[in-house]
Design a protein around this ligand. Sequence first.
Ligand SMILES: *[C@@H]1O[C@H](CO)[C@@H](O)[C@H](O)[C@H]1NC(C)=O
Ligand SMILES: *[C@@H]1O[C@H](CO)[C@@H](O)[C@H](O)[C@H]1NC(C)=O
Ligand SMILES: *[C@@H]1O[C@H](CO)[C@@H](O)[C@H](O)[C@H]1NC(C)=O
Ligand SMILES: *[C@@H]1O[C@H](CO)[C@@H](O)[C@H](O)[C@H]1NC(C)=O
Length: 339
Amino acid sequence: FPDLHPNQSLLLQLLLPPPSVLSFLYCPSTLLTSRLYRSQTDTALMNTTSFPTCCNMFSFINRFTKVVPMFLDPNYKRFSKIGDYLPPFGIKSQGMITHSCLCSRRLYSSIHFECCKTCIIVGNGGILANKSLGQRIDQFDVVVRLNEAPVKGFEKDVGSKTTMRITYPEGAIQKIERYEAQSLFVLSAFKALDFNWLRHMVFNQRLVSTDGFWKSVARRVPREPSDMRILNPYFIQEASFKLIGLPYNNGQMGRGNIPTLGTVAITMALHNCDEVAVAGFGYNMSTPHAPLHYYEKIRMSAIKESWTHNISKEKEFLVKLVKAGVIQDWTNGICGAGC
Ligand SMILES: *[C@@H]1O[C@H](CO)[C@@H](O)[C@H](O)[C@H]1NC(C)=O
Ligand SMILES: *[C@@H]1O[C@H](CO)[C@@H](O)[C@H](O)[C@H]1NC(C)=O
Ligand SMILES: *[C@@H]1O[C@H](CO)[C@@H](O)[C@H](O)[C@H]1NC(C)=O
Ligand SMILES: *[C@@H]1O[C@H](CO)[C@@H](O)[C@H](O)[C@H]1NC(C)=O
């Protein structure tokens, strides 16, 4: 792959199937037809999703496989198999809700992205505290924050810019005044109920019951539909089954096969950004009294054994990405002393 960025070559080695599966791709005629194929489908896609066309990390792979738009759009059936999987791996059974949100409120339109972007995913780890990384974080083109992680009052350490905030209902900011003035509100749906919740938020309907959520949820999201999106569930599917290698479990949720939101966000960024950095990731269990999150007093020791996630397996994957230089870890919490 002579014209590849070194990171991309490494990424290929890391993430692609064994060479035998790939060997046909080296054949120049395949290359040619794939390119042609891409050029036709891409143009159509770009019109609906503003998908960046230039040098993102996966662009080489995408030439052979598929384009992975950041957000769901009305053409979702054309990619991945997200229509065949139940949440969180797809949107099976949620087609109507998704369609009504996407189409009548145009949830997919006017994405503020262009090509060749540097992105940083800001995790919520206590490791971010007192490192004064705020200014450096703000220099990224795209700053992704997760769930309710606050900015106000923590600017010195976490920066003040938020391009998008990816969240699930239980993690969404509940106090209206704590929402940033500008940022995309992006739902990452982990269960069927989450789509229903989003519909209420999009159409400004009163949420009658919060049964089925594992924690209290926001009852209002002070955002116009034009600033709301649904994260493409393909990233959850890919993170779980292909990248981390969690149990397939017949394509259904279970046996610890849900990736954490942070890793889902990283997967999205690997497809859509040219450079991916992270900060605030990783737990150091040998410091049980250190704060778990940068914004609250809960300590590391409060972390519970999870039945939904497989933290250790996920960490192996993140360590691989850091070691190979595919992502940069600014707070060094993923490898710690170990890379
Ligand atoms: C994309 O949009 C442009 C301008 O709106 C139009 O000229 C072009 O035909 C569209 N391409 C496709 C493939 O739909
Ligand atoms: C950060 O600094 C403040 C003030 O010096 C201190 O109270 C706090 O414990 C520090 N937090 C961490 C995680 O070191
Ligand atoms: C995590 O994955 C490892 C390796 O596949 C497995 O041994 C372990 O039981 C899993 N843990 C959980 C909590 O599912
Ligand atoms: C965890 O914290 C301890 C104590 O500060 C430190 O010695 C160790 O290197 C850290 N481990 C990792 C993986 O960061």
